[in-house]
Design a protein around this ligand. Structure first.
Ligand code: PGA
Length: 246
């Protein structure tokens, strides 16, 4: 159990349509209840739903974010993409950048750095994902990979107060496997030590669910969770939040 202020970010990935909006009623009600105590819920639906989510959440404190953005802050001939100003314009306050599912498709640390700069300029808060693959973990390269991702991803960014780090080991995403608590504690400590600012927030992501949250909540340097699969089910998402505090 924790009394810390925690962030719960729902990453819906490429799931959801207009009928999913009905499932949010429960979450809206929950967000206004005392049970949530000290915490913030943030939904990152696909771009097609940001505007509808924004209207739906008009009278509550739930945040909204995009799942990626184009690196350019300008409008332009980039078929199929949206930039951060466009996300902001339809109601987003956050954007996930550097998710491993996009890194796998060739998104480099350098490109991620450009995207983060562009997002901060548009006054979006950034959820910056980092994490090692299974192969890198086996080769004991976790810390060097994280260092490189952080160093290049945040190059020439002085003010980091609007950046949340999300540590998502690639092998834990969607696999049902989570890191050993002692390893996670050490890795989050390692990440936080990279920052002079002690208030840097580090979230954990990868197979978070209502069962394993009772172990994860004990890791006292974690500031919240980035939740994929389980967040698409309102009951599971609410259970995760409730169990973090009870
Ligand atoms: P998962 O996804 O919770 O389904 O493992 C997390 C993520 O990819 O952000």
């Amino acid at each position: 159990m924790t009394n810390k202020y925690m962030y719960f970010v729902a990453n819906w990935k490429m799931y959801g349509n207009l009928s999913s909006l009905n499932t949010l009623d429960k979450v809206i009600k929950f967000s206004k209840s005392k049970e949530i105590k000290r915490g913030r819920l943030i939904y990152c639906p696909p771009n097609t739903l940001i505007s509808s989510f924004s209207k739906k959440f008009r009278n509550c404190q739930i945040g909204i974010g995009g799942q990626n953005c184009h690196e350019s802050k300008n409008y332009g001939a980039h078929t199929g993409f949206v930039n951060c100003h466009m996300l902001k314009n339809i109601g987003a306050h956050f954007v996930i950048i550097g998710h491993s599912e996009n890194r796998e498709k060739g998104e480099s640390d350098k490109l991620i750095n450009q995207k983060i700069k562009s997002a901060l300029e548009a006054k979006l808060k950034v959820i910056f994902c980092i994490g090692e693959t299974l192969n890198e973990k086996r080769k004991k390269k976790t810390y060097s990979i994280l260092s490189k991702q952080i160093k290049t991803g945040l190059k020439n960014i002085k003010n980091k107060s609007n950046i949340f780090l999300a540590y998502e080991p690639v092998w834990a995403i969607g696999s049902g496997i989570i890191p050993k608590p002692q390893d996670l504690l050490k890795t989050v400590k390692f990440i936080k030590n990279k920052f002079k600012d002690r208030s840097t927030k580090v979230l954990y992501g990868g197979s978070v669910n209502p069962q394993n949250i009772t172990n994860l909540r004990e890791i006292n340097n974690i500031d919240g969770f980035l939740i994929g699969g389980a967040s698409q089910n309102a009951k599971k998402f609410i259970d995760i939040v409730k169990k973090t505090y009870t």
